[in-house]
Design a binder for this molecule. Structure first.
Ligand code: ZN
Length: 422
């Protein structure tokens, strides 16, 4: 098949420092070689890093961009849930679509090519968010693969009608199911019901879990037990798990081995966890961020993700996953280049594994999802917050960001004698 485009002198993280050409045909990667002789349009990359795009495992598009509708005083998790629950009553499908679109476009220009967005389902909002986000996914399929994870933010067993709506969303094509046991009056029963629905519809599971700093109990044990019981290993993820920031390395190692054995993956949401945890402290505020990089050594699949953007859970956000990797490295006191590279993996290859994305990666036959970073390698990309320059989705250019330029003064001898005032 004739090539449509060649990226020349690309640096691929998987191939060390070698510079390679990537040939694209009909939206797929057709050739990877030291030099591709083809008289077709080409982009000269001069050794810049090329990745298959960032992978966002955990974001809430449906409740993004609502800061102007919420007023919070304490900054706690409970206040954020209550505030969004009140604002949610006024959501309309078009309103959800418009706000989610703004956030999704930010993610696209930050180089994200695959995304799992959590979508709230309950009797107040009904399926409005689900329908709006499903429409958005179709509208932007040219730029990003959007997977919907439906979940009951305000509880399941204590919220009559919520389970029927969750099942309706699954019947209408939700890609994943989530849970939030910590807001349920019967957390273990919620976990059990989510597993039941997941089995019925053959879905992966992604829980919000153990989101406080009390290590005396964890729902994690029940999730691992249920994962084993249902033989659902490799299909279950848990997010936040900030309790893991409140235990010593020995207990962390035990839990890491348990998660790895069960096939339960972990997502850390550094911006939200930093913002909401430890509010009861006046000084020496704990960071409250699970040490994901230490769990990698035990074989746990870990990802770093954005979670919330411009709402009471996280009142900031640019949807940059390289920023999230840098933020995590900074607050987790990661300093070695090899650990920086691990942080890069936690926004690329590892979240792809968490989402079971079989066709992710720069390999022949895979979709030509390719993002060029202004960097020479993954570790330095994390250290320097390397900016994406442009991206392709299935071979078509999906975004471009102009590289920054510096304008040195022109030496006076090179001027014609005029100077610019001011
Ligand atoms: Zn979340």
């Amino acid at each position: 098949m004739p090539l449509d485009l060649v990226l020349r002198q690309a640096r691929l993280a998987e191939r060390g420092g070698e510079l390679l050409d990537i040939g694209i045909a009909a939206g797929r990667i057709a050739e990877i070689a030291a030099h591709i002789a083809a008289d077709v349009p080409a982009e000269q990359l001069d050794g810049r890093l090329v990745i298959p795009g960032f992978v966002e495992t955990h974001i809430h598009l449906d409740k993004s961009c609502i800061l102007d509708r919420c007023s919070c005083e304490q900054g706690t998790l409970q206040e954020a849930i209550a505030s969004v629950a009140a604002a949610k009553r006024a959501f309309t499908e078009d309103d959800i679509h418009a706000r989610a679109r703004r956030t999704l476009e930010k993610a696209i220009v930050q180089g994200t090519t695959r995304m799992r967005t959590h979508v709230e389902i309950d009797p107040r909002v009904g399926l409005k968010s689900f329908h709006a986000i499903r429409r958005l996914g179709r509208d932007y399929a040219w730029a990003i693969d959007l997977q919907i994870c439906v979940f009951p933010q305000e509880g399941l067993t204590n919220d009559p009608g919520a389970e029927e709506l969750l099942i309706a969303a699954c019947e209408q094509g939700a890609g994943t199911i989530g849970g939030c046991p910590y807001t349920d009056t019967d957390p273990h029963e919620q976990i059990a019901r989510i597993f039941e629905i997941a089995r019925r519809f053959d879905l992966d599971i992604d829980f919000h879990l153990d989101f406080d700093l009390d290590p005396s109990w964890m729902h994690l044990d029940e999730v691992c037990w249920q994962t084993d019981a249902h033989k659902w290993g490799g299909r279950v993820a848990i997010g936040h798990v900030t309790k893991l920031s409140a235990i010593n390395h020995s207990r962390l190692a035990d839990i890491g081995r348990r998660l790895a054995d069960a096939g339960v993956a972990l997502t850390v949401l550094p911006a939200t966890d930093l913002f909401l945890m430890g509010r009861e402290h006046e000084q020496h505020v704990p960071r409250g961020v699970a040490p994901a990089h230490r769990l990698l050594d035990h074989g746990v699949t870990c990802s770093l993700a954005t979670n919330n953007v411009l709402n009471p859970f996280t009142p900031f956000g640019d949807c940059s996953l390289i920023r999230m990797a840098n933020l995590y490295a900074n607050i987790a006191q990661v300093g070695r280049p090899s650990d920086f590279a691990a942080c890069f993996d936690m926004v690329t290859t590892l979240p792809a594994r968490l989402m079971n994305l079989a066709d992710y990666g720069i390999a022949i036959g895979h979709p030509a999802d390719l993002v060029v970073l202004d960097s020479r390698g993954p570790a330095m990309a994390v250290a320097e917050l390397a900016q994406p320059l442009f991206g392709l989705k299935r071979g078509r250019r999906s975004f471009t960001r102009a590289a920054a330029m510096i304008h040195h003064p022109v030496p006076s001898s090179a001027c014609s004698g005029r100077s610019v005032p001011g």
